[in-house]
Design a protein around this ligand. Structure first.
Ligand SMILES: [Zn+2]
Length: 233
């Protein structure tokens, strides 16, 4: 093989090699943006204090079924939760901000959180960059949140956005105000289901659909002062 032929063969090999790599790189890029698997959790809902490992305002509580997701998010993004469940506990004590969420808000079912940076500021500065990344991950296209999110409030939504707060709601069965939903869709980040957490008999024949409804809230108030206490069954 002449020198020139060898060089040409080598060039062709490189071109073929690069071409074969392209789809592989595309798959990698897709995997990065691909939605994570989700699952439906039935029953065993309960309003519980947010664990200390997830930075939050004192006294904040949520439905325990989204706690593993909050933990997963907190490990990846520097979040601080300013409000979760908003409403009364069985003992009559009030949790969360009062009168600051819209009618039908998922905060009233413990299935929404309001998020700011761990080092918050009221202007859209560098501290908000990770929160913006989280918002774009949860809602890559405006009004098209990635499952399991039902509504994502950020830039483009009144009372939300960089420098204000990020709202995340989870898909769930319709439930009246201050009541726990029959099912909740969550990221399948913790596949180990505790005994009794998913009774087989309760599975509906068709896939559940998230309720249509108003967006999840316009909280701008930071919660505080309410003592964290387990809700009664
Ligand atoms: Zn909210």
């Amino acid at each position: 093989m002449s020198h020139r032929l060898r060089a040409r063969a080598w060039t062709r090999f490189l071109a073929v090699f690069a071409a074969s790599l392209a789809p592989l790189l595309a798959i990698c890029a897709y995997a990065e943006a691909a939605p994570l698997p989700t699952r439906i959790v039935y029953g065993t809902g309960k309003i519980v204090p947010i664990p200390a490992s997830i930075p939050h305002a004192e006294g904040d509580m949520v439905d325990q079924r989204i706690v593993p997701n909050l933990r997963w998010i907190a490990k990846r993004y520097p979040i601080y939760i300013t409000d979760g469940y908003s409403g009364p506990l069985p003992n009559g004590e009030h949790v969360g901000c009062n009168g600051c969420h819209v009618k039908g808000s998922d905060h009233y079912n413990g299935l929404a959180v309001d998020i700011v940076p761990t080092d918050p500021s009221s202007t859209c500065d560098a501290n908000w960059a990770p929160i913006t990344r989280l918002a774009l991950w949860a809602e890559p296209v405006q009004e098209q949140p990635r499952p399991p999110f039902r509504w994502v409030g950020y830039d483009g939504d009144a009372g939300h956005g960089c420098g204000n707060h990020l709202h995340l709601s989870w898909n769930h069965a319709s439930a009246p105000m201050f009541q726990l939903a029959e099912w909740v869709e969550v990221l399948a980040v913790n596949p180990a289901v505790k005994p009794g957490a998913a009774p087989k008999k309760k599975k509906p024949r068709s896939a559940p659909r998230a309720p249509a409804g108003p967006p999840g809230g316009i909280s701008q108030v930071t919660t505080g002062g309410v003592s964290a206490r387990l809700a009664g069954d």
